[in-house]
Design a protein around this ligand. Structure first.
Ligand code: SAH
Length: 217
């Protein structure tokens, strides 16, 4: 894996695009400017990896658009050492951004093939320990709860109770909710055990599916 001046320049342009589209958190933008997105894509995408677009990563899944990664990450408002759970590891790009921001990252993927491939990639890139699990994200990761933040990177038909239950007080769940198209929601757990719900922008994600999908091989 090689990162060149050309790639760095393209990332700078991408960061400017994201700023123009309304991303204002400098820590998030800095993370995007240091992380080589082309590492997370097939060689065929190397030239276009810094376009603000989602791309296929196999198993009918996509790496999220950089704007979406930046937007969801900004909504989390991460502090160093925060414990963050990501649902939908996919390419690993979002998990890597969280790690660069200093979070303790836990990530779950339901496709065994992707889980294996991405766990290896994240190890090779070496951003420190990102804990990857082959699980059904609907159930979260109860043995490591509570989390300061949970970020769902697939479109959910409903908000899983299990995920709300795994938030710390003050913790936030960022989740796209809806069928074909979704709306981003942020749930914040309050002191009295209740939740504040905020409905945010419209978005479009691959579906949040129930159960695990083992490798065919
Ligand atoms: N965060 C990813 C985006 C991947 S797309 C990235 O940065 O590349 C969404 C991912 O969610 C897919 O890999 C899909 O397999 C996964 N997914 C869908 N339903 C899931 C579930 N119930 N549990 C865990 N992962 C799930």
């Amino acid at each position: 894996m090689k990162d060149s001046y050309l790639h760095k320049g393209l990332r700078k342009r991408l960061v400017e695009t994201l700023r123009k589209k309304g991303i204002s958190d400098d820590d998030v933008l800095d993370a995007i400017s240091v992380l080589p997105r082309h590492f997370f894509l097939d060689k065929a995408f190397e030239e276009i990896a810094y376009q603000d677009k989602p791309f296929p990563i196999g198993n009918e899944q996509t790496i999220s658009q950089p704007y979406t990664v930046a937007y969801q990450t900004q909504l989390l408002g991460i502090k160093k050492r925060d414990k963050i759970l990501e649902i939908g590891t996919g390419s690993g790009y979002q998990a890597a951004i969280l790690a660069i921001l200093g979070a303790r990252v836990f990530t779950i993927e339901r496709q065994e093939d992707l889980y294996r491939k991405t766990r290896q990639l994240l190890d090779d890139i070496g951003l420190g320990r990102i804990r990857c699990y082959y699980r059904d994200g609907y159930k979260g990761l109860p043995e490591f709860a509570p989390f300061d933040g949970i970020i769902v990177t697939a479109g959910a038909e409903e908000v899983p109770e299990a995920l709300l239950n795994q938030l710390a007080v003050g913790g936030k769940l960022i989740i796209p909710v809806g069928g074909d198209g979704q709306e981003m929601f942020r749930y914040t757990k309050e002191e009295d055990g209740g939740f504040k719900a905020e409905k945010l922008a419209e978005c479009r994600f691959v579906p949040f599916l129930k159960g695990k999908n083992p490798s065919k091989s």
